[in-house]
Write a protein that binds this ligand. Sequence first.
Ligand code: PRE
Length: 273
Amino acid sequence: MKVGFLGPIGSFTYTASLTAFPQADLVPVESITDLIKAYENMLVDYAVVPVENSIEGSVHQTVDYLFHQGNITAVAELVLPIKQQLMASGLDKDIERVYSHPQALAQSKKFLDENYPHAALEITESTAYAARYVAENPDDNIAAIAPSLSAETYGLDIIANDIQEIEDNNTRFWVLGTKVPNLTLTSKEKKVSIALTLADNQPGALYQALKIFAERKLDLTKIESRPLKTVLGEYFFLLDFLDNGSDLSSIFSDIEANGTTVKLFGTYEVYYL
Ligand SMILES: O=C(O)C(=O)C[C@]1(C(=O)O)C=C[C@@H](O)C=C1
C-alpha cells in the first residue's frame, strides 16, 4: 500500500504518516498540491495532508484545493503535537536567513521577532525541505525551523528548542482516500466536515443553515469562512461537527432546502497521535 506525504523524510506529515501507517510504502511528494494531485492520479492509495493548526488556523493550500477541485474524501483524521526547533549547521552561526514552511514560520513568529529581528524569512514547501537545504549549504549563515526528526535526519544542530508561540500546538492531518484505513490506533471521536455555499444575497441564509445544527443538537467544532475567489465579499464556509449518528442526508437536505449547497469532505474517526 502506498501512502503519499509532504516530503522529504523528517516533516511533520512524515511523522503523522509513519505513526498511522507503519507498514506502508511512504512516498514523499514535494508540495501539498502535488500530493493531492498524486492521489487524484492514483499514484498513491492514500495521501496525508495537513488541514489545520491550533495556532495558525486552516492550511489554505489544502482546504482551498479540496473545496475547488473534484470530490476527494477524508477517511481519517490524525492530530499531531507540533514542536518547532531552530536548527543550523553548527551552533555559532550569525543567522541571516531562516527557512521553513509558512505555517512553521507563523507559529514561531514571536520567537523570531524577539531573537532574530533582522533575519530574512524564506518560505519552503515543508519544514524538512528547509532543514535539508540548510544541511546542503553548511557555509551559509542560515537556519531552518523544523521538527527534531529533521535535525537528526539531516545532521543539523538544534539552536533553540520548542520555539512555537504556544506550548500546546497541534496540527490536524486528513488521510485522503476512498476506503476507511484499518489503523491500529484508538479513535477518540467521529467527526463530519462540510463546506457550505450560500444562496446569493439572501438575508439570514447563514442563520438558516446554522439553525439546523442548533435544532438537531449537533455540536459544531469549527466554522470558518474562506473567499470563493470569484469576487470580493463572496465566501464559502467550512464546518466541522461531531458525528452523533444522525442521518447526514436528512441534515443536508434540510440545509439545501434554503438554497445553500453542501459539499461533504468526509465522515471520519479522529486519532490523537
Ligand atoms: O512542513 C511540514 O513539516 C509539514 O508537514 C507541513 C505543516 C503544515 O502545513 O502545517 C505541518 C505541520 C505544522 O503545522 C507545520 C507545517
